[in-house]
Ligand binder design. Sequence first.
Ligand code: SAM
Length: 210
Amino acid sequence: MGSRVPNAFVRQGRLYTANLARGPAYGERVVRADGREYREWSPSRSKLAEYLGRSGPFPIAEDSSVLYLGAGSGTTVSHVSDIVARGMVFAVEVAPIPFFRLLDVSAERPNVVPVLADARRPERYAPIVGGTVDAVYQDVSQRDQVDIFRRNLDAFGARWGVLMLKARSISHRPADEVVAAELAKLDGLEVTPVNVTASHPEHRAFHVAR
Ligand SMILES: C[S@@+](CC[C@H](N)C(=O)[O-])C[C@H]1O[C@@H](n2cnc3c(N)ncnc32)[C@H](O)[C@@H]1O
């Protein structure tokens, strides 16, 4: 990893996070060392793991608050929860089926707040978040994914975020063309691309900062 990410470690080329709960969250490998558990975080299971493995900027602290949009069943959320062990993860998911599994993951983790909501409507979960967040992480394959990202970044005053963009969800035009048009919506923000295509060929990752 480029900059140091709290509670995340690379050993023999594999990424791990120090487990805030006990045992695996989704069937991943767990190893024990120095009286602690470490969960393997595979880039093939998580775009964020590949992003970090490629030194994508992730200026997070152990007490940071993260708004996570498109939480799914909580695979990546569980590792973000390990990283911000003294912070908070507000995990927003719109689909009830993955949300039920996300509830199981959050039950083991005091710093994860599961939110069943549409990320297009930040005003609906603003009372749950209760103020600003440090960062927004987004992984939703929607036509208006960049609008959703910007709306949430602004609504919660986040200084930075990571956007996982799936061009094919926006348009079937050539991906480069789609991405260029979409990034124009992030006008005024500093946008840094990070390659995550080894395990996630359809996605482009961007670090976005004010
Ligand atoms: C690729 S999956 C997420 C995987 C997850 N980020 C991980 O790495 O473990 C994308 C998720 O975004 C959710 N989603 C799509 N549109 C959404 C929206 N408007 N608001 C909230 N969640 C949404 C989908 O239901 C799906 O569970």
